[in-house]
Design a protein around this ligand. Structure first.
Ligand code: TIU
Length: 226
């Protein structure tokens, strides 16, 4: 086990059984004209985590550990979008409507692509998810089990919506979860702060949280090969 300084106490990372999950770093949420913008959010806040998230992805590539990239995405016929999900979001554009970057949250549309600086490489897991959580209707649990993954490191957006939902779903499936605080963001700074506090409260009721620098230090070559 590799010890990572974290809150509420050190996270025990299991090398060889740890995957990175980058949640929904798609243009829809991060660039002007996308779904997030249409909901009235300040999307520039989210853009700021791209460099740290890119460093985190590079670290996992160096380690040779699995990386999962998710997109919140629906089928073009919206058969996987509950009416209640589509009807909310007024007065902005709704899921499936034509936006500045194609149809909002529809698989394959320009706005549904992961931002260029974080583009997945061949061999990494790329997946569409119709829910906020990454396990709902995706088959991801089976894929991670097949890879022997027991520990998940989380990044992405937004902290209190898709990231926290995915972490909670992961808990119920037995994964140990570590959130990288400076590689996740919310449209609402107070929600990010509160979500992280909720995650680490009660002895880590949802998981652990730490800055990227703490993970990078823990995975320095002299420590990993000690
Ligand atoms: N990925 C994700 O968090 N989806 C959202 O819709 N988040 C919002 O905060 N709106």
């Amino acid at each position: 086990m590799i010890e990572v300084a974290a809150r509420p106490y050190a996270f025990q990372l299991d090398p060889g059984h740890t995957a990175l999950v980058v949640i929904d770093m798609q243009r829809d949420f991060i660039e002007p004209g996308g779904f997030g913008d249409s909901l009235g959010n300040d999307v520039s806040l989210l853009e700021a985590i791209i460099p740290t998230t890119a460093e985190l992805i590079s670290l996992f590539r160096r380690m040779g550990w699995p990386i999962v990239h998710t997109r919140e995405a629906h089928k073009a016929d919206l058969s996987d979008c509950p009416p209640g999900k589509r009807s909310r979001g007024a007065p902005g554009l709704k899921i499936g409507d034509e936006g500045a970057m194609g149809r909002i949250l529809i698989s394959g549309e320009p706005g549904n692509q992961i931002v260029a600086d974080l583009a997945p490489l061949p061999g990494e897991i790329e997946m569409d998810k119709p829910g906020k959580g990454m396990f709902w209707a995706t088959g991801l649990h089976e894929r991670l089990k097949a890879l022997g993954i027991t520990h998940l490191v989380f990044a992405g957006v937004t902290t209190e919506v898709c990231v926290q939902t995915s972490m909670r779903e992961a808990n119920d499936r037995g994964y140990e979860c570590l959130l990288i605080e400076d590689a996740t963001e919310s449209y609402f700074p107070e929600f990010k702060r509160a979500a992280i506090e909720m995650i680490v409260a009660q002895g880590g009721i949802v998981g652990w949280a730490t800055p990227f620098a703490a993970l990078e230090a823990a995975l320095a070559p002299e420590k990993v090969h000690a």
